[in-house]
Design a protein around this ligand. Structure first.
Ligand code: G6P
Length: 439
């Protein structure tokens, strides 16, 4: 039996993860589940829903809510990390500052992602150090914390021996849509893929062994990743997400090699994305007014004794995927998932220290990546540029270098010029005073 910690317990994604864990309770037995967060109030509120999940699925389970890293990590086997440093108020800045200068405003892509990266690198390193100190020597951190590409790069550089596996639910979410398009179960799909996190392509999709890539490509070139009868109860059902899924058609109809990750829109269609963005009302506002408000309102009602259905707040591929990955780590299932690993020659013509997102077999000793081989010039060029951006922002944090940060901002494909990069960076330094390492 395992002790499992959710670091970032106050996230509104936590109940979904807990439900996915507990439906597997006969195979993935927990002796204790810990929610750990530095924000006790938020965590207590989310904890109301989590208690409800526990009562429904595993009432005997010991559930602990704590803000103390020692209490949380002592003898932990698994740590699921999903911290959001600076919460939605800072996400709002990440999105709005670039938009002020006509540049893509996104939490993980472009300047917003770089800002978020500078906030997250050292808190993630701190989390690793707590695990090294208190957790079982065989601990595994499975990390969702964004921006995952930069987190992966920084943690690998600063704590190379850490038992951390960086993952992202976006490819799985796209696979869910592919499955809806093909009218099949997403578990029957197997994909080939290469890239960086939030920066990659599906090169092949197989349905029970049958190659369905061409079929999907022609569908996506016409409709994007929008299933004809999209289920409205999926996690990504807000209008902005539907727009994102639909927008993939503009990439797929231009470049016919592969199927893009939806995040490629920020790099390949940046001007279009900016045009359809409202600089005064971004995704952070949507989330604060939507998901966050719905959940915290429901908790308040529940606490006030009103009759509320808390079950609608736990579902989705996000929770399922992290549990699948953890089970493969725990039981050496050697399941094949897309994860972030050191390239090390897997993509032959990319730097060996790049943190690439590719398929890997997940064993109890960690991921065994598949060989991807060489990739064509266009994709290589794009990835090398983005990889250099991510390397530079980690350098900026480690070396306390304003110049390296400016290089990272300038090199981002989303930013048109050095002068714009500088304006955005300077605004961001002010906004992130409480969070960034000094530059
Ligand atoms: C997807 C991505 C995550 C990202 C999330 C944001 O799930 O894979 O990396 O954090 O979207 O979703 P939101 O609903 O908060 O905009």
């Amino acid at each position: 039996t395992f002790k499992l910690v959710i670091a970032g317990g106050g996230s509104t994604y936590t109940p979904g993860i807990v439900k996915s864990l507990l439906v597997q309770k006969d195979r993935f037995k927990l002796n204790e589940l810990v929610l750990y967060d530095n924000n006790a109030e938020r965590q207590e509120a989310v904890g109301v829903i989590v208690r409800h999940v526990v009562e429904m699925f595993d009432p005997e389970l010991k559930l602990t809510l704590t803000t103390d890293p020692e209490v949380a990590m002592t003898d932990a086997d698994f740590i699921f990390a999903q911290m959001r440093v600076g919460l939605y108020a800072m996400r709002e800045q990440d999105e709005k500052i670039p938009l002020k200068y006509g540049v893509v405003g996104q939490e993980t892509c472009g300047p917003g992602g770089l800002a978020y990266g500078l906030r997250t690198i050292y808190p993630m390193v701190e989390l690793i150090d707590y695990c090294e100190k208190y957790a079982k020597p065989t601990y595994w951190i499975v990390n969702y914390s964004n921006p995952a590409a930069i987190v992966a790069k920084a943690t690998f550089r600063l704590r190379p021996k850490a038992r951390i596996l960086n993952i992202c639910d976006m490819p799985v979410a796209i696979e869910r849509n592919m499955a809806e398009i093909l009218e099949c179960d997403r578990h029957d799909l197997e994909v080939d893929y290469f890239g960086l996190n939030h920066f990659g392509w599906f090169t092949k999709v197989r349905l029970n062994g049958e190659d369905v890539t061409e079929k999907l490509k022609s569908y996506v070139a016409e409709h994007g990743y929008m299933p004809q009868n999209a289920k409205s109860d999926v996690l990504h059902s807000d209008p902005s997400w539907l727009h994102t899924y639909a927008n993939a058609k503009n990439i797929c109809s231009a470049f016919h090699d592969y199927l893009p990750n939806t995040y490629m829109q920020y790099y390949l269609l940046g001007d279009e994305v900016v045009k359809s963005s409202d600089p005064n009302h971004t995704r952070a506002n949507e989330v604060m007014e939507g998901r966050e408000k719905r959940i915290f309102d429901a908790v308040a009602d529940y606490r006030a004794g009103k009759d509320v259905d808390l079950t609608k707040f736990f579902g989705g591929v996000h929770g399922e995927f992290i549990v699948d990955v953890a089970m493969s780590l725990a039981f050496d299932l050697r399941k094949r998932y897309l994860v972030m690993v050191e390239n090390n020659g897997a993509v032959e013509n990319l730097p060996s220290d790049a943190m690439v997102e590719i398929p890997a077999y997940i064993t109890d000793r960690g991921p065994e990546p598949v060989r991807v081989g060489e990739i064509p010039t266009f994709y290589k060029g794009l990835i090398e540029q983005q990889e250099a951006v991510e390397k530079l922002i980690v350098d900026a944090a480690v070396e306390h270098s304003y110049e390296k940060a400016l290089m990272a901002f300038t090199l981002s494909k989303t930013v048109p010029s050095l002068l714009v990069a500088k304006k955005i960076l300077d605004d961001m330094i002010v906004a992130n005073k409480a969070y960034w390492p000094e530059l």
